[in-house]
Design a protein around this ligand. Structure first.
Ligand code: ACO
Length: 434
């Protein structure tokens, strides 16, 4: 729980003279939060905050963001250090458990994840219900939701061991489900997981191997994917994580809650932006067209936004975007594709937008999704699978937040209020008199 700082704000209703004393709660770093729990009791009002921009519905020990300074910490560790020195499995352990693992703990954790990579064969048959051109995010969210029909013996959410098994299962199986969705779209046979491979290599193998010939893994692609997974693993109370928490706060089956998170992630304002960025870059086509598209992005009546730009919390460079931009050069060079026209276009677009008064004054910088698609494409992942890759990584964060919430003795159902603006009370009118 957060502590009271001793600082209190007093709010008085001038009409009635009633006052509320609102304590400020402190976290370990960052600004404090005004505790408004007594507002309705003391003043008869609640807060109005569309889009929850100013609302912290929980305290959390997992991830810290300083949006003005462009800082991101997982359990206190800077994202830059984790990107350089760690791996996705180690970061998953850190996010879930709270500390970096010893070599023994990491081996045990990785072993637990490997043990659960296969999915029930009946789940595989679910894919046959989808048309070949179904979006993979639709298939992934549906199949994950279907997992709530399995595992009844380990589904007591108040049993810590059951929660642990759930976390291992979903982290292990989401790549298998994701790859099955991809194979279904292609009409290719499903490729079973290979437990001799590391997490990212296994994803590549299930996506790209075919039964009729040996698959040669590219270590550069596997390393790049692992790093992208590290960068996407958690991002505190974003829309999809908040969705998982909200669904989970009702006591819902956690697979159903994760499925809700996948659905929320899919939107282009959130994780779906990585797919939208590539479509946008292709639409722009050449550097000469950039001014035309920037004008459109600034025109409020056009509905066009510069995808991969802007963020609710970062009013500075998204530190993940900085790492990915640098990574693009290294990965493309290692793959022998350093003359990538999409990367050239993205770099020029960033340069021009960051000199434009509209983007400067609104503090709109490239976010994590601006450059990630360039790397996904370079390693052969099709555009429709970009957001699925994001979902694989973010599952770790979703699970950690769900665990943190369920194990909190003070947990309450998430239930926001509203400012009602509809008709006032009126009497029913018989259909003949309308
Ligand atoms: N292009 C053009 N204008 C923009 C953009 C953009 N990408 N982003 C924000 N703006 C403008 C808004 O029109 C608004 O202008 P105004 O003050 O004149 O009305 C101002 O900047 C503030 O934007 P809001 O929409 O209020 O910011 P909000 O925090 O609600 O939205 C969001 C953040 C959704 C990320 C937004 O910046 C956006 O739509 N970006 C493009 C989609 C995207 O890249 N999403 C991925 C985010 S990262 C992630 O979720 C993984």
């Amino acid at each position: 729980m957060t502590d009271e700082t001793g600082k209190t704000f007093e709010l008085t209703d001038p009409a009635s003279g009633r006052s509320a004393h609102l304590p400020v709660r402190s976290g370990s770093i960052g600004p404090g939060g005004l505790d408004i729990a007594s507002l309705q009791k003391d003043l008869g009002v609640f807060t109005y905050d569309p889009g929850y921009g100013m609302t912290a519905p929980t305290d959390s020990r997992i991830t810290y963001i300083d949006g003005d300074a462009g800082v991101l910490l997982y359990r206190g560790y800077p994202i830059e250090q984790l990107a350089e020195k760690s791996s996705f499995m180690e970061v998953a352990y850190l996010i879930l458990i709270g500390e970096l693992p010893t070599a023994k703990e990491l081996a045990e954790f990785t072993g637990n994840i490997r043990y659960h990579t296969m999915i029930n064969e009946t789940l595989l048959r679910f894919f046959n219900g989808f048309h070949h051109n179904a979006h993979p995010m639709a298939m992934v969210s549906a199949v994950i939701a279907s997992m709530s029909a399995f595992y009844h013996d380990t589904m007591d959410i108040h049993n810590p061991r059951h929660r642990e098994i759930f976390s291992h299962r979903i982290i292990a199986k989401i790549p298998t489900i994701a790859a099955a969705a991809h194979k279904h779209s292609l009409g290719q046979p499903f490729v079973y997981p290979r437990n001799d491979l590391d997490y990212a290599s296994n994803v590549l193998s299930m996506l790209f191997a075919v039964p009729c010939e040996p698959y040669k893994l590219d270590p550069v692609a596997a390393k790049a994917l692992d790093l992208l997974f590290v960068l996407h693993a958690d991002h505190e109370q974003n829309a999809s994580t908040s969705t998982v928490r909200l669904a989970g706060s009702t006591g819902a089956n956690p697979y159903a809650a994760i499925s809700a998170g996948v659905s929320a992630l899919w939107g282009p304002a959130h994780g779906g932006a990585n797919e939208a960025v590539l479509s946008m870059l292709e639409q722009i086509g050449t550097v000469d067209n950039i001014p035309k598209f920037l004008t459109m992005a600034k025109d409020k009546s056009s509905h066009f936004r510069l995808m991969g730009f802007g963020h609710r919390v970062y009013k500075n460079f998204d530190p993940r975007a900085k790492i990915i931009r640098e990574m693009c050069h290294r990965v493309l060079a290692a793959l022998g594709r350093d003359d990538n026209p999409l990367l050239e276009l993205a770099l020029r677009l960033e340069e021009i937008a960051l000199k434009d008064e509209y983007f400067v004054s609104r503090k709109l910088y490239p976010n994590v999704d601006f450059y990630s698609g360039v790397i996904y494409s370079a390693i052969g992942i099709p555009r429709s699978m970009f957001t699925v890759m994001f979902a694989i990584a973010r599952t770790v964060g979703w699970v950690a937040h769900w665990q943190e919430m369920i194990s909190d003795p003070g947990m309450r159902i998430g239930r926001p209020r509203q400012l009602y603006t509809g008709p006032t009370r009126r009497d029913y009118v018989d259909i003949k008199k309308r």
